[in-house]
Design a protein around this ligand. Structure first.
Ligand SMILES: Nc1ncnc2c1ncn2[C@@H]1O[C@H](COP(=O)(O)OP(=O)(O)OP(=O)(O)O)[C@@H](O)[C@H]1O
Ligand code: NI
Length: 388
C-alpha cells in the first residue's frame, strides 16, 4: 500500500423518513490510494450515491444525518470541519454526475457555464472580494485565457467544433456530447480527485465506451485519483484498479478487478457476477429478493435473508467483520473466518448454495437462512479437510 489520498472510516448515515429512521450506511470503510481509481459496485439503492454525497460534502442534512465516521483527505479530517471540507471540495475535488441534463443549466450556453465554473470554481459562497477581483481582472482569469482553456478541454474530450459548442445550449447536444462537456467542466478546476456517480448509465454502449476511454485518458494524463460509482461490473472493470462491492449500506468485499470478477468470494459478489448477462449463456443465476428495508435492517449479516449459503444461528446473529485475505482482498462473510483459503471457502459456499436450492428456497422472497445442524465450525472443518 502506498499513500491513501482519501480514507473513509466507519461511516454511518441515517435518514429520517416518514416510515421511520432509515439506517442506510452501516459502517463503511473505504480507501483510495494516490493515483488509484476505485469503483463502488452494487445494485440500486445500496447506498453508493449517499457515500459519494458524503465524500463531496453534499449530503442533504436533514433528512440525512452522519451518525458516525471520519473522512480523511490527505490526512485532514473533513466530516467534523465544514470549512475544511468546503476548501478541499473547491481546490481538489471534481464531480461528474449521472444525468447531464439535470447538472447542466438549460438557460446558459456551454461557454457561459464553463466561464462561470472557472471564475468561481464551484464556490457556493462567492464573496464580494472575488467578484471585485474578477471585475478588475486577474491575469489568470482573463477572457482570452478562459476561452483558450475551454477550447483546450473541449478539444481534449474530442468534441468536434469546440468554438461552435461554446455558443450552444445543453439541450442542443446529444447525450454523449453533454457528458463530455460535463467531464470537461469537472476538469476546469484542475482537480486531483474525481468523483463520478454513474456518468455513463444513460448512454448507449458504444457511446459509453467512448466516454470511459476519454475519462481514463484524463485520469492518466493528469495523474488523478478517482472514486467511480456504478452498478455495472463491466464498467468497473474497464475503469477501476480496485472494486468495493457494496450491499445494503455495507461493504461486502474488496479486491482488484481481476480478483472480484474472476473469483468473487462473498456470496453476494458471486451472485452479482453470475447475474452479468453473457452472450454465450442464456441460463444464468441471479440473486433472489430485494435490498432490505433500511428502517428494519436484518440482524447479523444484512445479506443473510437473500444468501444461498447463510447458516441459521450464525449469519442472522453475527455481523461479519471484514476478514483480510491475501493480496489486499477483504471479505465480510463468516465463511472466511479463520483465514480459510478462497478456493476452499468458495467450494463450501457453492455446496451450501446447492443444498439450499435443493431444500426448496422459495422464489422471489428468500426464506431466510436454512435451518441446519451444520455450524460454521463444522463447515470450517470440512473446508480444512478439503484443503489438505
Ligand atoms: N435524501 C434522501 N432522503 C431519504 N432517503 C434517501 C435520500 N437519499 C438516499 N436515500 C435512501 O438511501 C438509500 C440508498 O440510496 P442511494 O441513492 O445511495 O442508492 P444507490 O446505490 O446510489 O442507487 P442507484 O444505483 O439507484 O443510484 C435508498 O434507500 C434511498 O431511498
Ligand atoms: Ni445512485
Amino acid at each position: 500500500m502506498t499513500d491513501p489520498i482519501l480514507e473513509l472510516r466507519d461511516l454511518e448515515v441515517h435518514f429520517n423518513t416518514f416510515d421511520g429512521r432509515a439506517e442506510v450506511i452501516n459502517g463503511v470503510d473505504l480507501t483510495v490510494e494516490e493515483g488509484e481509481t476505485v469503483a463502488i459496485v452494487g445494485e440500486s439503492g445500496c447506498g453508493k450515491s449517499v457515500t459519494a454525497e458524503t465524500v463531496m460534502g453534499m449530503l442533504p442534512q436533514p433528512p440525512g444525518e452522519i451518525v458516525n465516521g471520519e473522512l480523511y483527505y490527505r490526512d485532514e479530517e473533513l466530516l467534523g470541519d465544514e470549512t475544511a471540507h468546503e476548501r478541499v471540495k473547491t481546490e481538489s475535488l471534481g464531480m461528474i454526475f449521472q444525468d447531464p441534463m439535470t447538472s447542466l443549466s438549460p438557460v446558459f450556453t456551454v461557454g457561459e457555464m464553463m466561464r462561470d465554473v472557472m471564475t468561481y470554481q464551484n464556490k457556493t459562497n462567492v464573496g464580494w472580494l472575488e467578484i471585485f477581483r474578477n471585475i478588475v481582472g486577474r491575469r489568470d482569469v482573463s477572457e482570452a485565457d478562459m476561452h483558450d482553456r475551454c477550447i483546450e478541454l473541449l478539444d481534449r474530450l474530442q468534441i468536434p467544433d469546440p468554438e461552435g459548442i461554446l455558443d450552444r445550449y445543453p439541450i442542443e447536444l446529444s447525450g454523449g456530447m453533454r457528458q463530455r462537456v460535463l467531464i470537461a467542466m469537472a476538469m476546469l478546476g484542475e482537480p486531483e480527485f474525481l468523483i463520478a456517480d454513474e456518468p455513463t448509465t444513460a448512454l448507449d454502449v458504444t457511446v459509453q465506451d467512448q466516454i470511459l476511454d476519454l475519462l481514463s485518458e484524463q485520469v492518466k494524463r493528469e495523474d488523478l485519483s478517482m472514486l467511480y460509482i456504478t452498478h455495472n461490473l463491466g464498467v468497473a472493470r474497464r475503469i477501476a484498479d480496485r472494486i468495493y462491492v457494496m450491499y445494503a449500506g455495507e461493504i461486502a468485499e474488496v479486491g482488484s478487478c481481476e480478483d472480484i470478477l474472476d473469483e468473487p468470494l462473498h456470496p453476494y459478489s458471486r451472485g452479482l457476477v453470475d447475474s452479468v448477462p453473457k452472450l454465450t449463456e442464456f441460463d444464468r443465476e441471479g440473486i433472489e429478493g430485494l435490498i432490505p428495508n433500511y428502517t428494519e435492517p436484518p440482524s447479523g449479516c444484512r445479506f443473510h435473508p437473500r444468501c444461498p449459503a447463510a447458516v441459521a444461528g450464525e449469519c442472522d446473529v453475527t455481523r461479519p467483520p471484514r476478514f483480510e485475505l491475501a493480496d489486499g482482498r477483504e471479505v465480510a462473510c463468516l465463511l472466511y473466518e479463520d483465514g480459510l483459503s478462497p478456493a476452499a471457502a468458495n467450494e463450501i459456499a457453492a455446496t451450501e448454495a446447492d443444498t439450499n436450492r435443493g431444500s426448496g428456497t422459495t422464489h422471489g422472497r428468500s426464506s431466510g437462512p436454512r435451518e441446519s445442524d451444520e455450524s460454521i465450525e463444522s463447515l470450517t472443518q470440512r473446508m480444512e479437510d478439503a484443503n489438505e
